[in-house]
Design a protein around this ligand. Structure first.
Ligand code: CP
Ligand code: NVA
Length: 300
């Protein structure tokens, strides 16, 4: 089994992962060792920068009793043009699972077609499923569950927005997205999610999205690979900042999520990310716990 996008999972798969992540977290906090992946090796193939994804997967493997090997594109033969299908078949002979961070979703899909071991998406241009699962784990912890939640997405219709759309389609919570025109989420993902859940709405303004929300969610305006568009995007995204005024429209006990890294003063203000409603540090920590659950499920 692979995890290339959130819609590779069913609602019951996600519920099981959330429960298992919560129990792994509790066990780790109590110092109880749990090492079902003794003797297993995870390969991490990264074509883009990372702090959280790399460290949390490496630590996850260590805590589960296994090992992780990090391979960056620039010092592997992949960076010199070795075909993906060849790399996939070779890596499969050495490791028990692979996490890939790359550009097009087609790249990870091709890798998975040729891989004999499970492949996990550690971020592509189209999806970031591990992050979305950590986010939902955070919602469950802070709000007692995802059912009945009013979630809003303010900003770029990017990989995170796509993964949240898939999550809403599968889990059924309300999702309102406010994105500047020309920066909407993937139209096919939006259409499929809306077909599964009538409580998914594209709205015109961040104010409409934030009204009475339980969860406010955003991400950078220019994702990795879009650095050259940064100036144009800053113009287009004017007004799409989660600031104190937007937060004041949400429920008083709303939580604010951001997958990080954050650009303070662009998609989110310093006072909001540092404020009482911010759950971003727990959200970042939860990457570790949910990924341990994913690794145990796919590799054990
Ligand atoms: N949120 C996230 O994936 O962070 P990194 O880019 O640091 O891995
Ligand atoms: N949307 C961002 C997420 C970074 C974790 C990017 O793709 O760069």
């Amino acid at each position: 089994m692979n995890l290339l996008k959130l819609s590779d999972l069913t609602k019951s798969d996600i519920d099981v992962l959330l429960a298992s992540a919560a129990s792994l977290k509790a066990r780790q906090k109590r110092g109880i060792p749990h090492q079902p992946l003794k003797g297993k090796t995870l390969g991490l193939i990264f074509e883009k920068s990372s702090t959280r994804t790399r460290v949390s997967f490496e630590v996850a493997m260590q805590q589960l009793g296994g090992t992780a090997i990090f391979i960056s594109n620039k010092d592997s033969q992949m960076g010199r043009g070795e075909p993906i299908k060849d790399t996939a078949r070779v890596m499969s002979r050495y490791v028990d699972g692979v996490v890939i961070r790359t550009f097009g979703q087609d790249i990870i899909e091709e890798f998975a077609r040729y891989s004999a071991v499970p492949v996990i998406n550690g971020l592509t241009d189209g999806h970031h499923p591990c992050q979305a699962l950590a986010d939902i784990m955070t919602v469950v912890e802070k709000k007692g569950g995802y059912r009945g939640m009013k979630v809003c997405w303010i900003g770029d219709g990017n990989n995170m927005a796509n993964s949240w759309l898939e999550a809403a389609g599968i889990l059924g919570f309300e999702l309102r997205l406010a994105c500047p025109k020309n920066y909407l989420p993937d139209s096919k993902i939006l259409k499929n999610a809306k077909a599964a859940n009538e409580n998914i709405h594209l709205v015109k303004t961040p104010q409409e999205a934030a009204k009475d929300a339980d969860v406010l969610n955003t991400d950078v305006w220019a994702s990795m690979g879009q650095e050259k568009e940064a100036t144009a995007r800053k113009k287009a995204f004017k007004g799409f900042t989660i600031n104190a005024k937007i937060l004041a429209l949400a429920n008083p006990d709303a939580i604010v999520l951001h997958c990080l890294p954050a650009h303070r003063g662009e998609e989110i203000t310093d006072d909001v990310i540092e404020g009482a409603n911010s759950a971003v540090w727990d959200e970042a920590e939860n990457r570790l716990h949910i990924q341990k659950a994913i690794l145990e499920r796919l590799l054990a």
